[in-house]
Design a protein around this ligand. Structure first.
Ligand code: ZN
Length: 167
């Protein structure tokens, strides 16, 4: 397994759209394993393939505190959504920034698992927020897009400043 480089906002590569996975083979399983390792080492609770510059519809999530609930969603699709919930979100591509975003409270997601089997799962709370956040990444969308332009520009400037100092 290997740790992949996570793209940082405002890298334009984060705006790329991911394509559906045609078949869940060993290369996809390796990607999933690498994404889990990358997410855990960050550390974070979710990661989308676009964030590591791989344009495939793959996301990994684990909201547990002890790495005990790894979940991977391949070609995820939300087939049902209800309610509304506002929660503070953060992102491994926008480190150190936490802002409230409104999402559906409960969703049902259809996807392929690590073995390529079709699954359907109803989730709510933090897991529902996380799935929606990561699925946005697959369409080149970031949680800062839900904020005001003024706020987003402030975050962009802050990120660019940090980058200059670390390079
Ligand atoms: Zn994110």
């Amino acid at each position: 397994m290997s740790i992949l480089t996570i793209l940082q906002f405002p890298d334009p590569k984060l705006r790329q759209k991911a394509a559906p996975v045609v078949s869940v083979d060993d290369s996809i399983r390796t990607l999933v394993d690498d994404m889990f390792e990358t997410m855990y080492s960050a550390p974070g609770i979710g990661l989308a393939a676009v964030q590591v510059n791989v344009l495939k519809r793959v996301i990994v999530i684990d909201i547990s505190e002890d790495k005990s609930q790894p979940k991977c969603f391949i070609n995820p699709e939300i087939v049902k959504r209800s309610g509304d919930e506002k929660m503070d979100e953060g992102c491994l591509s926008v480190p150190g920034i936490y802002e409230p975003v409104s999402r559906a409270k409960e969703i049902t997601v259809r996807y392929l698992d690590r073995d390529g089997n079709a699954q359907e799962l109803a989730v709510d709370g933090l897991l529902a927020v996380c799935v929606q956040h990561e699925m946005d990444h697959l369409d080149g969308k970031l949680f800062v897009d839900y904020l005001s332009e003024m706020k987003r520009n402030r975050i962009r400037k802050k990120m660019e400043k940090i980058r200059q100092h670390t390079m």
